[in-house]
Design a protein around this ligand. Structure first.
Ligand code: PLP
Length: 235
């Protein structure tokens, strides 16, 4: 799987360049390798290249890889999460990026309490208003923040978004800029368990544009591992 090493080096180079253009350095940006639909040998290959943050969007698939990966790494839940599955991952993940309802927020808090942990979460914002996308409308982000402030076992660490798929990533800059603005507004009045630190935006097709607009966490799958084959669940 030598191509994985080459791809990771290329992605890292592009991250560094975009970071420099935005007045930051590569170390300011966390690369999350999205391993969904690739079996654990791909996780291990990424580990061999120094990647320590992995993203998954399904609970079962993530749990299997957590158990079998060659070493412990930071696991990020980036996909739609059902409330009844929170209990399985609550003490195993670094961060849940896809929090998009008060109900889910409360369940995370309650499970975190049970397990004696404080869960770091991101609020997923649907900036483009696309109906097919998960995430909250920006206008109710403040409501979510208010709710979160009442919960002792969650910590809101930032915002996450999935921009529309496009062949023209420049077009997504306006969405990324909008999330950045919301992030800064919430950060300006944060307190207690609202500790805005991460802006999780940018995927294979648009991570440079996201970084130029202030992202410090990019979620990259196909640019590292190749095209996903959804027809066979190879894990
Ligand atoms: C699959 C996925 C990614 C990675 O997508 P690529 O286009 O393969 O880089 C990033 N974020 C989320 C939420 C995903 O589901």
């Amino acid at each position: 799987m030598e191509y994985i090493r080459e791809n990771i080096e290329a992605v890292r180079g592009r991250i560094a360049e975009a970071a420099n253009k935005s007045g930051r350095s590569a170390e300011d940006i966390t690369l999350i390798a999205v391993t969904k639909n690739f079996d654990v040998s791909y996780v291990d290959a990424a580990i061999d290249c120094g990647v320590r943050d992995m993203g998954e969007n399904r609970v079962q698939e993530m749990l299997g890889k957590i158990e079998t990966a060659k070493m412990p790494v930071n696991w990020h839940m980036i996909g739609h999460l059902q409330t009844n599955k929170v209990k399985y991952i609550i003490d195993k993940v670094k961060m849940i990026h896809s929090v998009e309802s008060v109900k889910l927020l409360q369940e995370i808090d309650s499970q975190a309490k049970k397990h004696g942990v404080v869960s770091d979460i991101l609020l997923e914002v649907n900036i483009s208003g696309e109906e097919s996308k998960f995430g909250i409308d920006p206008s109710i982000a403040y409501e979510m923040v208010d709710q979160a402030q009442k919960l002792a076992n969650v910590r809101v660490k930032g915002l996450m978004t999935v921009a529309p798929y496009t062949d023209h990533p420049e077009e997504n800059r306006i969405y990324f800029a909008g999330i950045r603005k919301l992030f800064e507004e919430i950060r300006a009045q944060q307190s207690g368990n609202i500790a805005m630190q991460y802006l999780s935006m940018g995927m294979s097709g648009d991570f440079e544009e996201a970084i130029l607009e202030g992202s410090n966490m990019v979620r990259v799958g196909s640019a590292i591992f190749g095209k996903r084959d959804y027809s066979k669940r190879n894990y």
